[in-house]
Design a protein around this ligand. Sequence first.
Ligand SMILES: Cc1ncc(COP(=O)(O)O)c(C=O)c1O
Length: 561
Amino acid sequence: MKELVGAETSGEMKQEWVNLIRVFTCPEDETTRAVLVHHMRQILFELHDFLIQNVGITEAVSLKEISDRCTDTVMNRDPEKRLADVITGVFEEIAPHAVNVASPYFVGHMTAAIPYFMVHLKAIVAALNQNVVKLETSKMLSVLEKQVVAKVHRIIYAKDDAFYDEHVQNTHTSLGSFTEGGTTANLTALWVARNKSLGPVGDFKGVEAEGLPAAYAAHGIDRCVVLVSKRCHYSLRKCGGILGIGNTNIIPVPVDSTNRMRVDRLAEMIEGFKKEGRTKVMAVVAVAGTTETGNVDRLTEISAICRREGIFLHADAAWGGPTLMSETYASILKGIELVDSVTIDGHKQFYMPMSCGMIFFKDPTSLDAVAYHANYIIRKGSVDLGSKTLSGSREANCLILDSALKIMGSRGYGMLIDHGIELARDFAEEIEKRDMFQLVTRPELNILTYRICPTSVQDELKTASDERINEVNEHFNEVNRTLQQEQREAGNSFVSRTVLEQETVFPGSPEGNVVVLRSVLMNPLTTIDVLRDILDEQESIYAAFLQGASTKKGRHRGEEG
Ligand SMILES: Cc1ncc(COP(=O)(O)O)c(C=O)c1O
């Protein structure tokens, strides 16, 4: 700075600073204001129309083409564009190549339409810019988080009034917290489970303080394992890595033909580890709404085993948790009140904008196992939420959920859930009516899988040799893979695909893996007619394959995540 002398230069600097402060505080001029108002009006008041008109479901431009547009690695030193031009560029050049997950025809993933008012609420959260890590940067929002957490805790654990009166604003206890998503919620649960499992003994101060080698020595074991449903989300394996127990020690328990954890196998595996003597079962993770098939584990039976064996039980209800608000289908999750901790994602069936997860604990002192304190903030006994969360700084997502509950009520949410579950049942019926398709997993909640495989072939497979079964299966794996890709690229609709390992699903099932199409039905604007259109499109793509018009074998580029 010392070299920058002279009236001219300092005059320029001054002007630059004035410009910067203007950009920092308000639209540069009336034109910019008008452009902003125009664009933001669309987003705030005509969201669904805006998305349909401006954002493709998936669209023709290839990943390569858009990657080639984003190779500039040098940060511009000086301002390049006015705000109005930047925003116009976002609307014209970026949004059209995003994915319109809100389309009623986008039924492939757990990300879909959100109520338009969520955008208003998200904007308010950004505007207030509260940091709920500590009271000094959030005040009302920290206590609001405790209240919303208690409301959701109540639909899970249904404790009495006295319990919630005692804990809702208790600065020494915690019923749970908001997290970035389901992954960090699961990680928080297993962090607590690990620290409880390998707590202090004698001189040993606990695994959090002294690490795993010392913990294993102090507890007289060689390893810890977590037993999970074979259909669990891959985030659980990440947890194994992060928590240091090793992701190979996240051990899958086989599932039955309904994709639910086999309780008999769980009991046998626990027994086996007990006999072997040097392995500690740190936790069991059941799923309430498996990612691929939407099934719910038998929580009551699993919890009875865990209670008997003194094992921490976590339920990953990232997807299925909000089913508890359905007046008709809440009982699908019966037994959830018995588990030690529960993950629920806000950005899934609470219809919140990205990203929001939540973790809940039956015992309000559980989070003490992971508490941290610092001198300048998060002092003992303070409301500073950051003392018992994995993340530090955090946005006030509680404001969004609190407001959404006021606007729609749990009844409104319950109706959204009912719509998804009932639509999935109707869709399954429609699939079964059509000769071209095979329903692979029947929906328990609002997810189902199916594949192109004509009824005549299904009949043949029931009595075919293993060799023939595998040959046919390989063929239909290829067909379904290519079909899903073609439908996605056509850009009218989107159904995802997955691979189910096949000890389970249907008669005449092959030994290997089965490629299936997967539908996730959470968008209230999706109807059975929309789903019929999607099946029609799949039938016509398949018909084109049969005519040899478009076999495109081996063209999967593995470009999606
Ligand atoms: C059952 C389940 N658990 C955990 C997760 C991970 O959630 P997130 O992507 O919010 O981290 C998912 C995501 O789909 C899920 O389906």
